[in-house]
Write a protein that binds this ligand. Structure first.
Ligand code: SF4
Ligand code: SF4
Ligand code: SF4
Ligand code: FES
Length: 948
């Protein structure tokens, strides 16, 4: 979808949700629109543009600029069309001599206090003020610039991505309203009155020092050059644009990549994108510079040993070399001695090809994905209880929620655009229950206070969820008819006996969870009786030794209260990476073919064998942790790792590093020399999301197109690299375009039967299942019945983790993300986002800090039973006593040097969220950090030599 550049259509005021239609006449033409539509919007929909400055369809109408005046038959004066709603039979005139004169007079006042430097202004040709002056026919300004004006006001350049030039501000307050209504941060105000009124960030601070989170909503909304992207100031106006999907988180925002030739000059959130509806966060909106960063490796490289310098080679040579080494390894150590890891950062088509190469080319099922370490318990838990390994709703559905539970997730940092959507609903009055050991932003932020914050002790989620269900059952608040009609009643009865037992009561479990029993009771009552109840959860639920149990307990709670199967409710996993859902859907787990069908199922194998022309192994292969163990045992010798940095992201780093050193041929396909690549023998240059075609599937099961906006810097997109390797191994693949891969996926996968690039083009995006039963996709799942037939109440006995605090390790460490950085940070650390978060720190409660003589900013050692690292202390009450917290965005932080090998009983998802540690004041980095630094230096040197 390549288009010449033009701004997205703006109808002036938001669309009315009403289904009652009203007919009126605008300039003599009959127009029918939904009740509640503004006259301005009705005119715009019928092709008549009324000049405007303070109105935009992303914001509620405000009525301050007085440019949009119209005449309405039978009404006195000149009402503002943006704040006047249509009425049946209304007769509107948008043009007359009197209207024209009034508009010109108002415009003249604006322009008399505006620098007339249009020719050299960065937004020349893309400025609503300029356009509107033209539309109203302003030809001269009677007032000179001699009087009082704002023309010398100083620019604020503090934000790395946009500037604020107050001399150009017309005080329309679109920015202030965007920050409030769209983003929900309330960072901007209009200070002063009348002539003195001006836009201010927080308490008259620089943008950088204010509450601003750099989402860009104000920049989007500004009709002048006051708020302008620095990239536009530097590069000028774009000349074409391509619609694509953000490659950061699982929200899956749509963007217009605005281009000059092959250079991205701006990423503008796309209003028709159903996941984001025109909003964005600092990562997708601004942090795209990594894609052309000087650290990109664009030439394949090989070496025999990790102590050798890299040798740059052609794609052909790299692929032939790899295929030969893999064949030799299999000849020597057996068919199962090699495997692959696919990536949730890559497209569906790429993930599909990697698993196909493993099953059809390697001849085994040693394929796993980075989703193993984040949401594998979601797949298991939701499949077991509801029958499908996916969330149940659309993000937009939260607009109909009355009570929202956010558990083990931090949407405003990790899923920011959904966070803004949720905040909007909360400001409208929905109730909020936060279950998290930490005081996340949603607990208390401008205009939002959680009704209950249950600060659960890390590792005890299951106990807490059981207690909530116990209250519902014990107080008779369950949805009896719903359960009788839709759930397996015999299993429910068994579960009822289990959950009704007094040992699950809040009073009897408060000492385990650390949560006040009365708060647990009140929260359970609120969720069960407060109307539509929606649960959103994240890795704070899944990354535990009982992650799968907790997911099943969440599903139980939702079924128990009838909160699945319609708008405003549901069980919604907030997926971490852009394509976690897709990578799971595409058959990346060692036991499942695409569409979550078990490899042992003969009928499914027959289907794939028929299409691929091979015989498939019916035995599940190795999961990632099993690959590491097998490598250390000497049984696993070759690994192809596409787009995942296991050396940084997987737990117990020293164990992972030892396993990687034991592998004879490690092939890494990535855009940078990441931590894993430092142990590699073959480096295949990856392509960024801007360099390839494909699809991502977000947390709503929404399949969206990723479109190539520039050629791959290495000459090959990732799917082409995989295809070359597969062919060299004798596994024949012939695709000319990723659409052909999607056609194959659709042929072989019932939930994708109706998906094709043409269909996505037509509908914009598709939420699977999409097939003959739902040709336009499925926004809400389990509507009439659960996918598994009857909903299954799984037993959720709490089995405590072995990772407990004791005298030696008295504190519990838990981890999470921050807004400006992204996971291992390989991308965001190579952008100006690092200005917000240059290092990971350890949050510690003042009591725990004082006991240890630790002051804010001190270096502290963090010791666990598997390792130790050193970070700077952030003494804060965000964490409660007994709990410490850190992020993991910088390799040198070594957050995973201390996390253990404990994992979920059902899926092996690591228990990142619970590590018993001791904290003490130190003066130097840990031994691991010192080793990491020197290894990094050695490997950067070897890379430099190759490049010379
Ligand atoms: S960038 Fe976003 S958070 Fe910052 S002031 Fe603008 S709208 Fe508010
Ligand atoms: S900065 Fe832009 S959007 Fe904000 S008040 Fe000024 S002109 Fe309007
Ligand atoms: S919310 Fe997620 S998908 Fe949307 S722009 Fe931010 S990082 Fe990208
Ligand atoms: S656009 Fe209607 S008053 Fe400003």
């Amino acid at each position: 979808m390549l288009e010449f550049y033009e701004p997205q259509a703006d109808y002036g005021t938001p669309k009315s949700p009403s289904t009652t239609m009203v007919t009126l006449s605008i300039d003599g033409v009959s127009v029918t629109v939904p009740e509640g539509t503004s006259v301005m919007r009705a005119a715009a929909e019928s092709g008549v543009k009324i000049p405007r400055l303070c109105a935009t369809d992303q914001l509620k109408s405000f009525g301050s600029c007085r440019i949009c005046l119209v005449e309405i038959e039978g009404r006195r004066g000149f009402p503002a069309s943006c704040t006047t709603n249509v009425e049946a039979g209304m007769e509107v005139k948008t043009q007359s001599e009197a209207i024209g004169k009034l508009r010109r007079n108002v415009m003249e006042l604006y322009i008399s206090d505006h620098p007339l430097d249009c020719l050299t202004c960065p937004t020349n040709g893309d400025c609503e003020l300029q356009d509107t002056a033209g539309e109203v026919g302003l030809r001269s300004v009677r007032y000179g610039f001699d009087g009082e004006n704002h023309l010398v006001a100083e620019k604020d350049q503090s934000n790395p991505y946009f500037t604020f030039d107050p001399s150009k501000c017309i005080v329309c307050s679109r920015c202030v309203r965007a920050c409030e209504e769209v983003q929900g941060t309330f960072a901007l105000t209009i200070d002063g009155r009348g002539f003195d009124s001006k836009v201010s960030a927080s308490q008259a601070e620089d943008f950088m020092d204010s509450e601003c989170v750099s989402c860009g909503a104000c920049v989007n909304a500004c009709p002048t050059a006051t708020l302008t992207e620095k990239s536009i100031i530097e590069a000028g106006k774009p000349e074409h644009s391509v619609i694509t999907t953000c490659a950061y988180c699982g929200v899956g925002c749509s963007f217009k990549a605005e281009m000059k030739g092959n250079q991205v000059v701006r990423m503008t959130p796309y209003k028709d994108g159903k996941a984001n509806e025109g909003h964005a966060c600092v990562k997708g909106r601004f942090a795209f510079g990594y894609a052309t960063h000087k650290d990109r490796i664009t030439v394949p490289m090989i070496r025999d040993s990790i102590d050798d310098p890299w040798k740059e080679v052609s794609w052909d040579e790299a692929v032939t070399y790899t295929a030969q080494r893999f064949k030799d390894i299999q000849a020597q150590y057996g068919r199962t001695s090699i495997g692959a890891i696919s990536s949730s950062r890559c497209t569906n088509e790429e993930v599909y090809l990697v698993q196909k190469m493993v099953r059809a080319g390697f001849g085994n099922n040693n394929i796993d994905t980075c989703a193993r370490v984040c949401h594998s318990p979601t797949g298991f838990g939701l499949k077991t209880t509801l029958g499908e390994s996916a969330g149940t709703q659309t993000f937009a559905s939260v607009a109909d929620a009355d009570v929202v539970i956010v558990m083990g997730a931090n949407p405003t940092e990790a899923h920011p655009v959904f966070g803004s959507r949720l905040k909007r609903r909360l400001r409208e009055g929905a109730k909020l229950i936060v279950i998290d050991p930490r005081k996340i932003e949603l607990v208390s932020s401008p205009h939002i206070t959680a009704d209950y914050h249950l600060p659960v002790r890390p590792g005890t989620n299951v106990t807490l969820l059981n207690a909530l269900a116990h209250v519902v059952v014990n107080e008779g608040l369950q949805a009896r008819d719903y359960i009788a009609e839709r759930c397996d009643v015999a299993e429910f009865e068994k579960w009822l006996t289990f959950i009704g037992d007094d040992r699950h009561s809040p009073e009897n479990t408060a000492s385990i969870t650390g949560v006040d029993a009365a708060d647990m009771r009140a929260a359970a009552r609120l969720y069960a009786t407060g109307g539509n109840g929606a649960i959103f959860y994240g890795l704070g639920v899944t990354e535990h030794s009982q992650g799968s149990t907790a997911v099943m307990a969440i599903a139980n709670l939702a079924m128990l209260t009838g909160n699945i199967g319609h708008q405003g409710v549901g069980v919604n996993p907030l997926r971490g990476q852009n394509n976690v859902q897709g990578s799971c859907d595409m058959g990346s787990f060692p036991h499942e073919l695409p569409g979550y069908r078990h490899i042992s199922d003969k009928a499914t194998r027959d289907l794939f064998e028929g299409e691929w022309g091979v015989t498939l192994d019916s035995e599940p292969g190795l999961r990632i942790p099993n690959m590491f163990d097998a490598a250390l045992d000497g049984d696993f010798k070759g690994l192809y790792c596409q787009g995942e940095d296991i050396a940084q992201s997987d737990p117990n780093t020293q164990h992972v590093e030892a396993a990687l050193r034991a592998i004879e041929c490690l092939v890494v396909q990535d855009i940078f020399l990441n931590e894993t690549a430092k142990f590699a023998h073959v480096f295949l240059p990856g392509a960024s999301f801007l360099e390839k075609d494909g699809t991502f599937t977000n947390a709503e099961r929404r399949i969206s197109r990723v479109r190539k906006v520039m050629p791959p810097l290495s000459g090959k997109a990732d799917w082409e690299g995989t295809m070359a390797l597969a062919n060299a191994l004798g596994c024949k693949m012939e695709y000319n375009h990723p659409s052909e891969i999607m056609d194959e996926i659709a042929r072989l996968t019932p939930t994708f039967n109706g998906v094709s690039y043409d269909r996505i083009e037509q509908l914009g995006s598709i939420q699977w299942p999409c097939n003959d039963d739902s040709p336009e996709g499925t926004p809400i799942m389990h509507v009439d019945q659960f996918v598994r037939g009857k909903g299954f109440f799984a037993m959720t006995e709490y089995v405590a983790t072995t990772e407990r605090a004791n005298r030696k390790f008295p504190l519990l460490l838990t981890t999470g993300r921050i807004l400006s950085q992204y996971n291992v940070g390989a991308q965001t650390r190579r952008t100006e986002n690092s200005e917000w978060h240059g290092e990971d720190v350890l949050e510690i409660h003042p009591h725990d800090a004082e006991e240890r003589g630790i002051n804010h900013g001190d270096w502290v050692g963090i010791n666990s039973r598997v390792g130790d690292t050193v970070l700077r202390a952030d003494v804060t009450e965000k964490v409660k006593p007994g709990v410490v917290y850190t992020t993991f965005h910088h390799p040198v932080s070594g957050a995973n040097v201390i996390t253990t090998d404990n994992s979920d009983w059902a899926t092996n998802c690591p228990e990142y969220k619970v590590t018993a540690v001791q904290i003490s004041k130190v003066t130097q980095p840990s031994n691991w950090q010192a080793r990491q630094k020197s290894f990094d230096k050695q490997q950067q040197g070897l890379l430099k030599d190759a490049r010379h």
